[in-house]
Design a protein around this ligand. Sequence first.
Ligand code: TXA
Ligand code: MG
Length: 418
Amino acid sequence: MVTLLRPNRPWTRPENRCKKGAQGAGGRSAKPLEKVNFWKNGRSGRIRTCDPCVPNAVLYRAEPHSDKRPAYSVGFGAPQAAEMRNFAPVKTGLETSILPAGPAAAEAAARTLAAGGLVAFPTETVYGLGADAANATAVAHIYSAKGRPAFNPLIAHVADLAAARRIGRFDARALRLAEAFWPGPLTLVVPKTDDCPVADLATAGLDTVAIRIPAHPVAEAILRAFGGAVVAPSANISGHVSPTLAAHVENDLAGRIDLIVDGGPVAVGVESTIVGCFEAPMLLRPGGLSRERIEAVLGAPLARPPVETESDDSQPLAPGMLASHYAPRAHVRLRAQDVAPGEALLAFGPARLPGQKAAAAVMNLSPAADLDEAAANLFGYLRSLDAKAPKAIAVMAIPEEGLGEAINDRLRRAAVAR
Ligand code: TXA
Ligand code: MG
């Protein structure tokens, strides 16, 4: 079952890294890469396959399934992977328009997507950074704009179930979940259809595709105006906290994308729950729809994914499950029972902690201990506390039930030492 998560048509692996003038060990000649921007320590630039101007840069090549053109993306081995957490976003000269949501913005978004551009738009979970799912070049731009590891596949967003069934094969259980929870904060990983139009680059060579129908009028208007599937990761620099406001997107990606559609704050605040519709449906990522609600519809518990690993060659077993993720710059200290001098406090519930008075800043996810409210506030409050540059962010314990499972998942990733 787990092997379903491995690329069946793998990227050029790190050991096949392109040496100057050499071919990858796979024996294919890698074509020069014209337009992938990289950045490191605040500088931007370009990388060509056979020009190892950036030590440790890895070219990933997506094989075309049929007559489609191959696509490329760039990932970084250590130490760049670690350094990328400390970069400052750089302007690449793109003029980023910001439009208030409405019919004109939906039309502009559809035009931009059709032209291969990148559009950030609100969903009920977090803001997404969308590209035409069928356009491999546009998808490659998502990876470069976000600095996203190339092995991490994307979710295809569609407007309705008919569109979903054109790209993925739904068995009875997948259909039951789709009918119960779509539109909504649930992503289903299902086998691709034979003529699935989603670019191989967007699925990282897997034979499965992640699909969701977002429950947000602005997202729906854009998807309907565009007409095709839109792949969209969260609209933040890779590894950074997901955006719950248009201003968060602007902070991370201005100058790197074409358009931001501002639909105000999102409602759910954590990303969608991802369920792999394998032999036994598997919870691949806890998220905005609680495990309990999904299990009630299935009438059975969700399987757990294999233990997370991040191997040396940066090929995680289940893509997107890197241990360190969703990270603010400040160190995050979990289950805090007091606040040390210089720390900021991310509180939950009515209790007060020793040392709280002297905290660098205090924000309460939900004074009434409401987990849905806490999820909606999580990423925005992490950003706000981080902006005060505290010694660390101390986080109070949060119950592991309902959306608490997703909140704790994101907090654990934010707390992983980097
Ligand atoms: O709420 C959300 O899901 C947001 C909004 C914008 O829709 N999107 C989002 O996308 O969180 P992203 O790219 O940050 O997370 C997508 C996750 C990754 O962990 C990726 O590895 C996983 O989905 N994924 C995508 N395709 C997959 C597949 N075929 N098999 C397993 N995991 C997959
Ligand atoms: Mg994300």
